[in-house]
Ligand binder design. Structure first.
Ligand code: BES
Ligand code: MN
Ligand code: ZN
Length: 495
């Protein structure tokens, strides 16, 4: 994909299409009329009087011309959000990318012209062209788009940086979409290796023996039920001597059957996506390897495991010894993500993390609480949770904080071990009983947890994106790293 900026619409290639958004219940803005005039399209009002341009959310109307113009409805002004605008652009690009256009331009509305919206538009175009049909041999809907332009007067954006971020998000989406028997923990490790070579990252992948040597009894407990060995993946970039060591931890369940606490058939349908956290970490590390933020160390750690009910599977009632010595009674083998994360978080601390973020498709309760609109955000101290929340908002990914009251720690008290791996159904708050367990493994280090069970993949049509992996979290993590790098530079070079 090529990307450039154009300030005059009459300079656009004739075979291209311009994607523009508009609000319902209002006159078409002058800027849109001017744009239509500039590209020689004069039937906007006719279409409006025929009732074609209602502006309902994500509906598209194509005006053929040289270039063509695609209008995407954004519904009412009072419901406007940056997230919604980005999705509308994605929906529009998805539509035109399957209709033979080789070049797409995005018209940034006058009141939104800024670096942030330009970079978001690049992400939306790449997302709209994303090919999710990795295994199809026929009926392929191949995107014809080869290049994009942003129609804006603002020239502050780093368009190539945005492109690297967007392509890294596509990498994360691919990983989620791969069939689970193709993307085993070992295969994920191999992909991490080749990605590291491509993006200039340091990498280390440990198999079962290495994980055993580290004493990760909880992660190994989860791995026992599968014939596939687990993998512990470490990716790194930046300054090893820095006193800012930002560490991302990703849940990498390449498949979660539930183990002996077996899921229903329906509950398992999307469990190839239970490595969405790992995918986000890999995608973010790829982008950071290419973007090279200075002055900080960034580390990505992934616990990759398959959760199956094989003959050696851990059993409800088993007690696992984690890396930091604490013991966990397993009451439900389907609460496996927190077991894996407990060990990987301990490892992150041992490696010297100063700032921690973990991403995990951890609980169905996160989907109950927030649906597919937002990830659940938890952590401490509040100042760090705010930094992560602000980075997510800036990246146009929704994260909504839930409170980690100390009372949730009582819910996972065990009679025979230091804690148990579920808080039980009675009492609710499943996101927070899970987070309470994680919090036992992050002593003293600022830590934020994103439960992305509802946002990592799309199960049924949402009107703007492809079914499957979303790449949620990649943009947030990259934004966060850039902010920390900027802070570090400020400390070294006070103005
Ligand atoms: N991977 C699942 C959570 C999940 C559910 C992710 C739906 C994405 C979509 C996780 O390992 C799990 O099974 N959690 C259990 C925990 C319970 C047994 C305490 C759940 O949420 O039901
Ligand atoms: Mn599970
Ligand atoms: Zn899981």
């Amino acid at each position: 994909m090529r990307v450039d900026r154009v300030s005059d619409p009459s300079a656009l290639p004739a075979e291209s299409v311009v994607v523009a958004t508009y609000l319902s219940g209002e006159d078409l803005p002058d800027s849109l009329r001017q744009l239509a005039n500039a590209v020689g399209i004069h039937d906007l009002e006719d279409a409006r009087s025929r009732g074609e341009l209602t502006g309902s959310l994500y509906t598209v109307t194509l005006f053929r011309g040289r270039p063509s113009l695609l209008l995407v409805g954004l519904s009412r002004r009072r419901d406007f959000s940056d997230v919604r605008w980005r999705r509308a652009v994605e929906a529009g690009v998805r539509y035109v990318s399957r209709r033979g256009f080789s070049h797409v331009s995005v018209a940034i509305p006058p009141d939104l012209q800024s670096r942030r919206f330009s970079e978001a538009a690049v992400g939306a175009v790449v997302a709209g062209c994303y090919q999710e049909q990795l295994c199809k041999t026929e009926d392929l809907e191949v995107s014809s788009v080869q290049g994009m332009s942003l129609l804006t007067q603002d020239d502050s954006a780093d368009l190539n940086g945005a492109l690297m971020l967007a392509e890294s998000t596509s990498v994360a989406r691919d990983l989620v979409n791969l069939p689970p028997s193709d993307l085993t923990p070992t295969a994920l490790g191999e992909r991490a290796r080749s990605m590291a070579a491509e993006a200039g990252l340091r990498v280390e992948v440990l198999g079962r023996d290495g994980i055993q040597a580290l004493g990760m009894g909880a992660m190994l407990g989860v791995a026992k039920g599968s014939g596939e060995p687990p993998a512990l993946i470490r990716l790194e970039c930046g300054d090893v001597a820095s006193d800012t060591r930002l560490t991302f931890v990703g849940k990498g369940l390449t498949f979660d059957s539930g183990g002996l606490s077996l899921k229903t058939a329906e509950g398992m349908e999307w469990m190839k996506g239970d490595m969405g956290g790992a995918a986000a970490v890999l995608g973010a590390m790829r982008a950071l390897g290419l973007l090279k933020p200075e002055g900080i160390l960034v580390r990505g750690l992934i616990g990759a495991v398959e959760n199956l009910p094989g003959p050696h599977a851990m059993k409800p009632g088993d007690v696992l010894r984690t890396k930091n010595g604490k013991t966990i009674e397993v009451l439900n083998t389907d609460a496996e993500g927190r077991l894996v994360l407990s060990d990987v978080l301990s490892h992150a601390l041992e490696l010297g993390a100063t700032h921690l973020v973990d991403l995990a498709t951890l609980t169905g309760a996160a989907v109950v609480a927030l649906g597919t609109e937002a990830a659940a955000l938890v952590g401490r101290p509040q100042s760090w949770v705010d930094e992560v929340g602000d980075a997510a908002a800036a990246a146009m990914e929704r994260a909504w904080q839930l409170p980690l009251y100390p009372e949730f720690r009582r819910r996972i008290r065990s009679d025979i071990a230091d804690m148990k791996n579920t808080g039980g159904r009675a009492g609710g708050g499943g996101v927070l009983t899970a987070a309470a367990l994680l919090s036992e493994f992050v002593d003293g280090v600022p830590w934020a947890h994103l439960d992305i069970a509802g946002t990592a993949f799309v199960e049924s049509s949402n009107g703007y994106s492809a079914i499957g992996g979303t790449g949620y979290g990649v943009a947030t993590l990259v934004e966060l790293a850039r902010r920390l790098a900027a802070n570090a530079a400020e400390r070294i070079n006070p103005l």
